[in-house]
Design a protein around this ligand. Structure first.
Ligand SMILES: Cc1cc2nc3c(=O)[nH]c(=O)nc-3n(C[C@H](O)[C@H](O)[C@H](O)COP(=O)(O)OP(=O)(O)OC[C@H]3O[C@@H](n4cnc5c(N)ncnc54)[C@H](O)[C@@H]3O)c2cc1C
Length: 474
């Protein structure tokens, strides 16, 4: 049931479980807790139309899949999953929790389907990707299905309700402080699941680590990810995890909106281009990364550029080599016109392009493609060094686009948050982005964010019910 905000303010009810944040992790927790027989209230800061945080933009989950449920050549076994995760994080992961997630992932697709979520299937009925399951209709469709399910089974939901803090008394939470309907509200509870995402949309926080540069970052997900509840927990001796200020970033089109641009603003053109900073100077080998890491590598590089802006320059030979962009490129017939359009110094850009063209040692036409190199230049270009000489010329402005922040709370295998004493909190659990760094403290592996929220959302929901049942008021 959707609660009117006035109802929440006047309610003296004590819920078994209150879930803070209604994205993927929160919904999995709320549904699991309700299915275990608890009374559940979900508090969501956003209005109904914008509910669901970063989950709205997600496309896939990474799931373990063993024969006989799939043919042997389509299997993705636990050890391979673990090896991928260990490599992506360079070992910055808790193996016990990671293996718990990996084993749990084998069962989530069926559970999700029972909640009404549908997956993309190839024409012969199997998954289009061996390692990940793609959501039919993306994250928005997933959220709609979960919210429908939650309402149907009796989870109470309050939108437009921002949780300010979860006061702890020796690791025990009895109430939650929120602002709802412009009024301060206290909600009483026997257990809490904190699942309100990351803190990447908190520019003040980012500024602390990145200085003025943080003002020019684009946030790819929701503006609600301010880390307010995270800050409240850390202030009360909950153990942090993940490096403060560190974020996963990709290079996005600088014309993207400040928040919520999602995946379509990511640019795929870099390996086929020459990338210059605002002074018209190249600063990194554009051909170095052509695999899945290429997006993240360039997010960080652009974040370190003057004014956090860079420009990818291409000519007509590159057309059709990369995924089309959401915004059309800026196109001109000459390099100096392109420089003017991009507000670069024409002479500086022309010098850079001329030097680059002169440094290409291999055949640099489109057919030679991947193997072409530019060597006698700093920095060199190790792949796709095609000369920029055939009009029309194209340019894309690039900015760092933050996907998520790593800082979160440490949890145990029951999803309980860990206190500075080393003991778990009695009735406070965390799931999703807010505890991602337990498993992914650096790097990224496609589909892990959603899998983690689903598996740990379920664990947190079930364990919160057990905690609520053994709860006695202090
Ligand atoms: C563009 C983009 C694409 C992505 N693609 C993928 C993908 O394909 N696969 C994948 O695995 N991961 C992907 N991710 C990451 C993935 O979206 C996240 O890991 C995941 O959605 C996090 O889920 P969550 O429930 O923890 O947080 P969120 O989905 O962010 O939900 C948090 C919720 O809490 C609410 N909230 C926040 N603060 C408060 C508060 N104080 N009080 C009350 N409510 C609050 C928010 O409104 C929101 O509804 C992507 C992320 C982005 C930005």
């Amino acid at each position: 049931m959707t609660l009117a905000n006035s109802h929440l303010s006047n309610s003296s009810r004590t819920y078994d479980v209150v879930v803070v944040g209604g994205g993927n992790a929160g919904l999995c927790a709320a549904i699991s807790a309700r299915q275990a027989g608890a009374s559940v209230l979900l508090l969501e800061q956003a209005p109904r139309a914008l509910r669901g945080g970063s989950t709205r933009h997600a496309r896939n989950l990474r799931v373990k899949c063993d024969p006989p449920s799939v043919l042997p050549d389509q299997a993705y076994c636990g050890d391979e999953y673990w090896a991928d995760l260990a490599q992506a994080t360079a070992g910055h992961t808790d193996e016990n929790l990671a293996r718990l997630m990996i084993e749990g992932s084998a069962h989530i697709v069926r559970w999700m389907e029972q909640c009404g979520i549908q997956f993309e299937k190839s024409r012969i009925g199997n998954r289009p990707s061996r390692k990940t399951a793609f959501l039919l209709g993306g994250g928005k469709a997933l959220l709609n299905a979960y919210y429908r399910k939650a309402e149907r089974i009796g989870v109470d939901i309050a939108y437009d309700t921002e949780v300010l803090s979860v006061p702890l008394d020796h690791g025990v939470a009895c109430e939650i402080h929120a602002i709802s309907n412009c009024a301060l509200t206290r909600v009483r509870t026997r257990a809490v699941v904190v699942s309100c995402g990351g803190s990447q949309a908190n520019t003040d926080w980012l500024q602390h680590y990145w200085g003025d540069a943080a003002n020019r970052f684009v946030i790819r997900g929701a503006r609600q990810a301010k880390g307010r509840v995270l800050a409240s927990l850390l202030d009360q001796n909950v153990v942090p995890i993940g490096e403060p200020g560190q974020c996963h970033m990709v290079a996005v089109d600088a014309r993207a909106p400040k928040f919520d641009g999602g995946i379509v603003t990511r640019l795929d053109c870099v390996p086929y281009s020459v990338v210059v900073d605002r002074n018209g100077q190249r600063f990194h080998d554009e051909g170095e990364e052509v695999g899945p890491r290429r997006f993240a590598v360039w997010g960080k590089l652009v974040a370190r550029c003057p004014d956090q802006i860079a420009y990818a320059i291409l000519d007509s030979k590159a057309e059709g080599l990369f995924r089309p962009s959401f915004y059309p490129p800026i196109r001109t017939q000459t390099i100096s016109e392109l420089a003017v359009e991009l507000k670069l110094n024409p002479a500086d850009l022309a010098t850079t392009i001329h030097a680059f063209n002169a440094a290409i040692t291999d055949a640099s036409d489109r057919k030679a493609g991947r193997l072409a190199r530019a060597e006698d230049i700093v920095p060199p270009k190790s792949k796709w060094a095609m000369s920029i000489d055939t009009p029309p010329f194209s340019g894309y402005p690039l900015r760092p686009g933050v996907t998520f922040s790593y800082l979160g709370v440490k949890v145990d295998d029951h999803a309980r948050v860990i206190m500075a004493s080393g003991r778990p909190a009695a009735n406070v659990f965390a799931a999703g982005q807010i505890m991602l760094a337990n498993i992914l403290a650096s790097g990224y592996l496609a589909g892990v964010g959603m899998t983690l929220g689903t598996v740990f959302g379920q664990i947190a929901g079930r364990c919160a019910v057990r905690a609520a049942r053994s709860w006695s008021p202090r």
